[in-house]
Design a protein around this ligand. Structure first.
Ligand code: FPP
Length: 242
């Protein structure tokens, strides 16, 4: 890691389901894809704000395996935006110490997008301020299933060993800590097949704000709410235990 980067901040893993782009666009009489384009701007702002809020891993749900069911034009536009983002933002990421990686299946992505992922991952590999993970053609159930298939051959399986298999099946650079805080803007309150295993003890924050209207202040508010909660991991609160 270049020595000019600040040390990673207090280590929160925040995951975000970026929802509401389509509705944001329709409300303005625009095509849904305009909402996705506006959503990319928010990604830039949130990535910039995250390190100062103590976030060291940020996983964004950019394209789910279920999203292949959308009209071809919308899928093409979304994948194009992702490619554009990777190519244009990789230098910014390097400058800010952001390591960029992708989780999910890569074998069904268009070749230019797969190539842009590889290039961005290589260019940003030394980033130590924030690990930005984009979930692309991602399905948590699919990852768990593939890890289980690989684990079946291994005989007796421990939790740490299974988590290594999960990280492998995820297709990213390796294990990251479990999700601390999962945020879903857009008014819906569901997980939509995102990081199901990793969010076992995550705190959930749902907000009605549509993703294109989300900003650094909303991220800060969610982190504040998280910090105000007591995490018991199945145990007792400090007061009840004493
Ligand atoms: C869900 O909103 C959002 C998506 C399926 C795509 C999210 C993608 C982006 C924000 C842009 C690209 C991302 C990066 C990382 C550069 P929706 O369209 O389902 O919203 P709706 O529920 O209002 O229809």
């Amino acid at each position: 890691m270049p020595s000019t980067f600040p040390a990673p901040a207090p280590d929160l893993h925040v995951a975000i389901i970026m929802d509401g782009n389509g509705r944001w666009a329709i409300e303005r009489g625009l095509p849904r894809t305009a909402g996705h384009r506006a959503g990319v701007e928010v990604v830039r702002r949130v990535v910039e704000a995250a390190p100062d809020l103590g976030v060291s891993v940020l996983t964004l749900y950019a394209f789910s395996t279920a999203n292949w069911r959308r009209p071809t034009g919308e899928v093409r536009e979304l994948l194009g935006l992702l490619r554009e983002y990777l190519s244009s933002q990789a230098p910014q990421c390097v400058a800010r110490g952001v390591r960029l990686s992708v989780i999910g299946r890569r074998d069904r992505l268009p070749a230019p997008l797969a190539a842009a992922i590889g290039t961005a991952e290589t260019a940003t590999a030394a980033g130590g301020t924030l690990h930005l993970r984009l979930a692309l053609d991602y399905s948590a159930r699919d990852v768990i299933l593939r890890a289980a298939r690989n684990g079946a051959a291994a005989g007796t399986l421990t939790l740490p060993a299974f988590e290594r298999l999960l990280a492998e099946a995820e297709g990213g650079p390796g294990p990251v800590p479990p999700v601390d805080l999962l945020i879903r803007p857009g008014g819906e309150q569901r997980l939509s097949d995102f990081l199901l295993w990793e969010s076992a003890f995550a705190e959930l924050v749902f907000t009605d704000t549509l993703w294109p209207d989300f900003g650094a202040a909303d991220l800060a508010a969610a982190v504040r709410e998280f910090r105000g909660r007591e995490r018991r991991f199945g145990g007792l609160s400090g007061r009840a235990a004493s």
